[in-house]
Design a protein around this ligand. Structure first.
Ligand code: NAD
Length: 355
């Protein structure tokens, strides 16, 4: 029962469904744009071709150098390209890296962004930007970076490799879990979090078995949309703080870190977040949601420990120091010893506990 809450809806427009990339040109015209710069990561030539075909005469050019965590020099090169081509907007096709670059351009030049997500990371649903300079990632919120329109076409996700699909799906699940116990949670956020998590939990095993299963891809992308909307609507807690520190300071792969850490944080927070636990029990049909999440990830081929993805036990104390130093919200306030224990379990690939 929710007696009191605040909910602020974000001005998002979504076109969803297999084949909906066909409406991209209309979305550009609806916004009154003439010449858009297409942003993408290296290697995604096929997506770029599909997008530029859909845009037709509205394509001003392509900048295909997007990188994880938006390095400042990449953002500067994209800014210069947008200027040189006299672009009046951007279309970012790809995962969080391409969309993050679109946000960086929006932040500097106030150019509207249209997002065409091809992973489940969820950046397209948030007004959160990030920029990395000298190894330090700054993040902030600015309404100008929120994509004006998002075209979710599951056909573009068919090429996402199985393991990346699973870890990216866990990245989305992490938004749902933390939205459920966020300080600014609300019934509408809870509905989105549960339905989004349910969709992903059902779809990921099917995708791991057959990446070309368009029904499962559609369901996963729907789940990713809802989980991204949860991320955009709430304040994230310990899990996202930990992943930010681990990814930023130890150069660990973003989605894999989320996948390994999430069960440990859910188990740790469980005693202080009964409503969230009940929701995840329903989603996973179990009384041990944290363990079930870990089992699910492992059964689908994800890494079992932070050690497997490059984190050494020697780095735990530095990670703890950084997490303790920065303020963040969480249903439980962890001591340095508790954080150390949590990270030891994650590094060693042990079972999640509330300890
Ligand atoms: P990513 O965008 O770097 O993509 C990972 C890799 O997959 C890249 O090599 C990319 O080219 C490839 N790829 C993407 N889609 C593909 C497809 N359909 N088929 C084949 N290959 C494909 O990774 P990500 O996990 O989507 O995003 C991570 C980044 O996004 C991080 O920098 C993270 O901080 C940021 N992020 C930001 C927010 C936010 O709200 N600002 C939210 C989530 C993530």
């Amino acid at each position: 029962m929710w007696n009191e809450f605040t909910y602020q809806a974000l001005p998002m427009r979504v076109a969803f469904g297999a084949g909906r990339l066909a409406v991209l040109g209309e979305e550009v015209e609806r916004l009154g744009l003439e010449r858009v710069l297409v942003l993408a990561t290296p290697g995604q030539e096929e997506h770029v071709r599909l997008v530029t075909d859909a845009l037709g005469r509205h394509t001003a050019g392509v900048f295909q150098e997007a990188r994880m965590h938006v390095p400042a020099e990449t953002a500067a090169a994209a800014w210069a390209t947008a200027r040189r081509l006299d672009a009046d907007g951007c279309v970012a096709v790809g995962g969080g890296s391409a969309i993050g670059l679109g946000k960086a351009v929006a932040l500097k030049h106030r150019l509207p962004v249209i997002a065409v997500p091809t992973t489940y990371a969820g950046s397209e649903m948030t007004p959160i930007w990030g920029l990395t300079e000298d190894g330090v990632k700054r993040t902030g919120r600015d309404a100008a970076v929120l994509p004006r329109s998002v075209v979710y076409d599951p056909e573009l996700t068919l090429t996402l490799p199985a393991t990346l699909s699973v870890t990216s799906g866990f990245n989305a699940l992490a938004h749902a879990v933390e939205g459920l116990y966020a300080p600014d949670a609300s019934p509408i956020v809870s509905l989105m979090a549960q339905d989004g998590a349910q969709a992903l939990v059902e779809a990921l095993p099917r995708i791991a078995k057959d990446g070309a299963d368009i029904e499962a891809r559609t369901r996963a992308l729907y789940g990713a949309w809802l989980c991204g909307a949860v991320l955009g609507a709430t304040t994230m807690s310990l899990h996202h703080k930990l992943c930010h520190v681990l990814g930023g300071s130890f150069d660990l792969p973003h989605a894999d870190v989320h996948t390994v850490v999430l069960p440990h944080v859910l188990a740790y927070n469980a005693p202080a977040a009964p409503r969230a636990v009940r929701a995840m029990e329903r989603v996973l049909d179990t009384h041990e949601p944290a363990t079930a999440l870990q089992d699910l990830a492992r059964s689908l081929g994800a890494s079992a420990s932070l050690a497997e993805i490059g984190m050494s036990e020697e780095n735990i104390q530095e990670a703890v120091r950084q997490v303790v130093a920065a303020p963040y919200s969480n249903p439980r306030t962890p001591t340095a010893d508790e954080l150390t224990g949590l990270l030891e379990r994650a590094v060693r690939g042990e079972r999640p506990t509330s300890g």
